[in-house]
Design a protein around this ligand. Structure first.
Ligand code: PLP
Length: 390
């Protein structure tokens, strides 16, 4: 079988992970080859490594309008999410967590585990468009709640939640608020300067940086109990020798993302809209999952009624097209996505749903190829199972 290279690909799975930007790679190399010291060491050779971590901290902070002192590097978005919730439970001594039914498994499975351990967990429902009811949230968040955690943008549908409004409600009720902004960071403007958000999670590999580095924003003066207990790294809030090269890359990626925010919301949005409009107009029995307006600019989730998403993915793969049926973390599971189930998307649609997620590296050519390939793939699969319920 001929090996597939990057040049053959139409990569529309940027919510799963992203291509490493050449600028990010370049930024990392010196910390793997030349300046490989432990940043905590006291000799002068370690100075470069220490400086790289602090420069990256400034750049990540700038992307989200935070202060450098409020950024703590972690190993990934999952760790940041786990750390925020675990800390709130410990610091407040309260036993209740409020979150949503459509969170990424990095929140959902942690909350489910806490429920088994005896904590009270509330998973707020969403409507058919993927939106939360603020009235439900106001009812659920009370004086027993240690933390409320609501994702900024859903990784499957791209639906955005009114995070500042929710953070304000939590503040009024004296409850800590965390947002999983792993999909929102670098795609929409985030400004934490005057925000009521206490904790926010980011992940490098969604921003054209390698996998295995993340950040947790901890609001200045917020009480925090470390999740990884060890050395005094990250001012005692996260033990473990820093992944200097990846952190340096993350800083560069954050800087690039900030400079490309406009492009993400204009050219990238236009590519997404063009593909989505084409599919909905030209392929019968297709439906958008999630509301149209309050959405990330790069994400489109479409239900192809009556067919199985795994079959579509296989045929697209034969055409070197990469997209997904939902979160990469649940790929392989044949159960319909928990997000679409929470939205009460009928089974005949949720089973055949695909997520297309763009980045600044996508081009008009990619959309052209999708338009040429996708209708034929869907037609062929439907012809193979004509009796399938639509
Ligand atoms: N949160 C969301 C919304 C995500 O989409 C992901 C990854 O897909 C994560 C958390 C987990 O991030 P990481 O892969 O860095 O652990």
């Amino acid at each position: 079988m001929k090996e597939v290279t990057e040049n053959d690909l139409i990569y529309l799975d940027n919510n799963a992970t992203t291509k490493i930007a050449p600028e990010v790679f370049e930024e990392m190399v010196p910390y793997l080859t030349e300046y490989w010291a432990n940043p905590s060491s006291s000799y002068r050779f370690a100075h470069h490594a220490r400086e790289a971590v602090e420069t990256a901290r400034e750049k990540v902070a700038a992307l989200i309008g935070a202060q450098p002192k409020e950024i703590f590097f972690t190993s990934c978005g999952t760790e940041s999410n786990n750390a925020a919730i675990a800390s709130a439970l410990r610091v407040t001594g309260r036993k209740k967590v409020v979150t949503t039914a459509v969170e990424h498994s990095a929140i959902l499975n942690h909350a489910e585990q806490l429920a088994k351990e005896g904590f009270r967990t509330v998973f707020l429902p969403v409507d058919s468009e993927g939106r939360l009811s603020i009235a439900d949230l106001e009812k659920a968040v009370d004086e027993e709640t240690a933390i409320c955690s609501v994702m900024w943008a859903n990784n499957e549908t791209g639906v955005l939640f009114p995070i500042e409004e929710i953070a304000g409600i939590c503040k009024l009720k004296g409850v800590l608020f965390h947002t999983d902004a792993v999909q929102a960071g670098g795609k929409i403007r985030v400004n934490l300067a005057d925000s009521k958000i206490d904790f926010l999670s980011l992940s490098g590999h969604k921003l054209h940086c390698p996998k295995g580095v993340g950040a947790l924003f901890i609001r200045r003066r917020a009480k925090f109990s470390p999740y990884l207990v060890g050395g005094h790294q990250e001012r005692g809030k996260r033990g473990g020798t820093e992944n200097v090269a990846s952190i340096a890359g993350f800083g560069k990626a954050a800087e690039l993302a900030a400079s490309r925010l406009k492009e993400e919301n204009t050219r990238v949005r236009k590519l997404r809209d063009e593909l989505e409009a084409f599919i909905l107009a030209e392929i019968p029995d297709c439906f958008r999952n999630g509301c149209e307006d309050q959405r990330l600019p790069n994400t489109s989730s479409i239900a192809f009624a009556g067919i199985d998403s795994e079959s579509i993915l296989m045929m697209l793969d034969q055409n070197h097209i990469c997209c997904s049926s939902g979160s990469a973390c649940t790929t392989g599971s044949l159960a319909p996505s928990h997000v679409l189930r929470a939205m009460h998307v009928p089974l005949s649609r949720s089973k055949g749903s695909l997520r297309f997620s763009f980045s600044v590296y996508n081009t008009e050519e990619d959309v052209k190829k999708m338009k040429a390939v996708l209708p034929g793939v869907i037609e062929k699969l439907r012809a193979q199972s004509p009796a399938s319920a639509r």
